[in-house]
Ligand binder design. Sequence first.
Ligand code: MD6
Ligand code: FE
Length: 187
Amino acid sequence: MPFAPLLLAVLGEIAAVAPFRNMLTPGGQRMSVAMTNCGAVGWVTDRKGYRYERLDPETGRPWPPLPDGLIELAQRAAVEAGFPAFRPDVCLINRYEPGARMSLHQDRDERDLSAPIVSVSLGLGATFLFGGLKRSDRPYRLPLSHGDVLVWGGEKRLAYHGVAPVADGCHESVGRMRINLTLRHAL
Ligand code: MD6
Ligand code: FE
């Protein structure tokens, strides 16, 4: 995985400015996944709902900038998948410790749903749950491992999806966690 060491270094710099935190869902549940962002805006959730914010609510400061290398990586993947016009402006970063999970959801807080999302997985493997357009559609289980890049768009853009609880383990370069980066065009 040639780009992993650079990505991990960049993630350390981002987390030093905008630390990982376990946000509250609108229903008041603390998420098991810790999150941060970089880019012009960042995705947040609290009792007021899900949305993108220009300032990090934890620090009151802008999110760190989206590194050019991440933009290039995401654009290269999007071109290969048939989305040559993709221009990411935000990256949501998810950190899963063993046992953390993401329940089925749709990603619909971005303004232009014709833009895809590029998702990069690092560290421990996980089972991605890839459902349909109704929450009740039975999800297909897709194993994701270190270095996998998924491009999510087109008619599946609003499909329900989630991540099964991450099994315990230790990845040789990332440690006892899974990191997922999703690059999006949010504005
Ligand atoms: C994760 N990913 O893999 C969670 N959403 O940790 C997502 O929720 C996701 O991977 C939209 C598009 C791609 C994704
Ligand atoms: Fe999602």
